[in-house]
Design a protein around this ligand. Structure first.
Ligand SMILES: Cc1cc2nc3c(=O)[nH]c(=O)nc-3n(C[C@H](O)[C@H](O)[C@H](O)COP(=O)(O)OP(=O)(O)OC[C@H]3O[C@@H](n4cnc5c(N)ncnc54)[C@H](O)[C@@H]3O)c2cc1C
Length: 283
């Protein structure tokens, strides 16, 4: 029996329709739901995707026929929309392949070797959004690698609407080739005075390379008093009175970034407490 004939379509309800490798382990990809569109979402929210635990198919497909319940057992993982919330029929995501991870090696396999089918939860979730941020404030958004996905969605959704005073996007990676949206963000920043894009690299000299002239070092130190204004050359006061701060991705960046902000009387927002410090840990 031909292998594609035994792939049970039951767990799948969406198709991976586009893929861009940014580095060996980072990719931007697009999913189209079979139903045409996901439910309305706010920029910054996340979806859940899944691939069968037994994917890729077993060596002998006859041992694993259509309808076998093993196809139904999925590794499910949260993943944040990077695309505009106005586009619900094609969702763009930014993902890293964790080599010893459960789901993401299967995701790469699904695109490269097929089938390019995936499970997508019909519900979107998350409170890491601009929903209760007053209009016209400064926004400082720091993310590690794929942790910039929610900011891309926010920017793409609200640019040119006056939603913020300034939108400072700090992207922390190890090496230049991990700045997967650099060209696009530099183009936006050249067109839009409200966007300040600050990539910063943490790798050693070999990883960073000799052509990098941008900032070196982690994002967390930018939240020490005065550091962001010095690094960007922009007169920005990181104060809870005028500025909301968003931190997303790796806890090793988020935890030390929180400390100087809490000392300046930032309050961490949660579903019960209003606050100006918004945090999304990916693990
Ligand atoms: C709310 C939320 C939103 C998320 N959005 C995204 C997203 O937009 N893009 C994305 O790539 N991941 C995102 N994640 C992480 C994602 O859910 C998975 O953890 C990741 O895809 C790895 O899955 P896995 O099964 O391959 O690894 P697992 O077997 O689950 O291994 C988990 C380990 O992988 C590492 N890891 C997980 N995520 C990352 C990451 N992004 N970068 C580097 N190392 C990581 C950590 O060491 C973690 O302990 C999000 C997580 C949460 C909670």
């Amino acid at each position: 029996m031909h292998r594609s004939a035994v792939v049970n379509p039951e767990p799948y309800n969406a198709t991976i329709v586009d893929w861009r490798d940014c580095s060996d382990t980072l990719a931007v990809f697009t999913i189209a739901p079979d139903g045409g569109a996901v439910e309305p979402f706010d920029a910054g929210q996340y979806a859940t995707i899944g691939l069968p635990k037994e994917h890729p198919p077993v060596a002998n497909p006859d041992e694993f026929p259509p309808g076998d319940p093993r196809w139904q057992r999925l590794w499910r993982r949260a993943i944040t929309m990077a695309s505009s919330a106005e586009r619900r029929d094609r969702l763009e995501f930014y993902a890293v392949r964790v080599d010893d991870g459960k789901m993401t090696p299967k995701l790469w396999h699904a695109w490269k070797r097929g089938p390019r089918r995936i499970w997508l939860d019909e519900h979107v979730r998350g409170e890491f959004t601009l929903v209760d941020v007053p209009h016209g404030r400064d926004l400082v958004m720091a993310g590690t690698t794929t942790g910039i996905a929610p900011y891309l969605s926010m920017y793409r959704t609200y640019r040119d609407t006056g939603r913020w005073r300034r939108f400072v996007l700090i992207e922390q990676c190890t090496r230049p080739d991990e700045l997967g949206y650099r060209a696009e963000l530099e183009r936006y920043a050249a067109e839009d005075d409200t966007l300040i894009y600050l990539p910063t690299l943490t790798g050693d000299d070999d990883a960073v390379g000799s052509t990098w002239t941008g900032r070196r070092g982690g994002a967390a130190s930018l939240f020490e008093p005065g550091a962001l204004a010095e690094a960007t050359g922009v007169d920005i006061d990181v104060s809870p009175d005028t500025c909301d701060v968003f931190l997303c991705g790796d806890p090793a960046m988020i935890n030390p970034a929180e400390k100087p902000l809490l000392e300046r009387e930032y309050v961490i927002r949660d579903h019960k407490t209003p606050g100006q410090l918004h945090v999304e840990r990916y693990w």
